[in-house]
Design a protein around this ligand. Structure first.
Ligand code: MTE
Ligand code: MO
Length: 301
């Protein structure tokens, strides 16, 4: 828990302060949602950092378990049963086991994290997540010294996930991180958005968020976390490794083979909004560049 990252941004920077605060108190009260608000300094916001609306965030999604269209997840994810929800933590850990989601969050400190979110398809949003640092969860399980990577697995339940009938993806959806990336204080497990429990289309009840990487790394509806000494092969890397690498760090200097990554389209800006420049490591270069100082990012894309 040392080295805890504090956002320079708070919701006060980007939404009318009283409205957001009132709603947040109301939500915390009615749902008994354990919110610990961040106490960052208001003036450090970047002017272009504008929070996306609840509707933007919950109605324009990628979640291929429910179909490939951007509106499919909002339409079909309601069928997913998320209570009870077990998460298995296994592999190179001292205390492997399957834990109930409720038991996990009762051990964790839920805080707000406002992050840029950049899909490899070159669209972006700004999302006020609620969640906990992944390192706190891994600490609970006890990481064995041989562990080098973390592998994540999404639920496989085709009766409820209509998109899993498609056979061109080898389900379940898999992703992976290097251990130091997984332990980085920016890396969170999100359990909420705007102070409400995370909607099913966004990856209920818990999903990964790695803000300096392309969105496909941020795997949803996780049921298994495995510590391993082998680099995991993610679903997109397995499908097309020339286009989707293991690292998938947001990088305006390394284009996707079929489109530029220099700029992005902000969701919610309207049809005629100008594209904006994409930032190195999605704007988190100060925090994460040192993880890759000895790597050629063109080779390790
Ligand atoms: N299990 C699973 N996780 C997933 C995906 C998916 O299809 N299945 N899509 C990824 C992609 S490509 C993106 S951009 C983000 C989208 O997250 P959002 O819908 O909450 O914006 O989820 C990622 N996590
Ligand atoms: Mo994506």
């Amino acid at each position: 828990m040392a080295n805890r990252w504090k956002s320079a941004l708070t919701s006060a920077d980007i939404t009318p302060y009283d409205a957001f605060l009132n709603r947040r108190q109301m939500i915390a009260g009615t749902l008994g949602f354990g919110l610990v608000t961040s106490t960052g300094i208001a003036s450090a916001a970047q002017p272009e950092m504008e929070l996306n609306s609840w509707d933007d965030i919950t109605q324009y999604n990628n979640f291929y378990e429910f179909g490939t269209g951007k509106e499919d997840p909002a339409e079909y994810a309601g069928a997913l049963t998320t209570v009870p929800w077990g998460v298995t933590i296994d592999g190179l850990v001292e205390r492997p086991g399957t834990f109930d989601f409720q038991d996990i969050i009762s051990e964790m400190t839920i805080e707000e994290r406002i992050y840029r979110f950049r899909c490899v398809e070159a669209w972006s949003m700004v999302v006020p997540w609620n969640g906990f640092e992944l390192n706190d969860l891994l600490e609970l399980a006890g990481i064995k010294p041989e562990a080098k990577y973390v592998r994540f697995e999404t639920l496989y339940r085709p009766e409820e996930m209509v998109g899993q009938k498609a056979s061109w993806i080898d389900w379940p959806y898999i992703e992976g991180l290097r251990l130091d990336e997984a332990l980085h204080p920016l890396t969170i497990m999100a359990t909420g958005i705007y102070g409400r429990p995370i909607p099913k289309q966004n990856g209920a009840p818990l999903r990964l968020v790695v803000p300096w990487k392309y969105g496909f790394k941020s795997i949803k509806s996780i049921v298994r976390i495995t510590l391993t000494d082998e680099q995991p092969v993610g679903t997109w890397e397995q499908l097309q490794s020339k286009e989707y690498g293991f690292y998938a760090n947001v990088n305006p200097d390394v284009d996707h083979p079929r489109w530029t990554q220099e700029t992005e389209r902000k969701i919610g800006g309207g049809l005629f909004a100008k594209r904006v420049p994409t930032l190195m490591f999605n704007g988190y270069d100060k925090e994460v560049a040192s993880l890759y100082s000895d790597m050629d990012l063109r080779v390790n894309y």
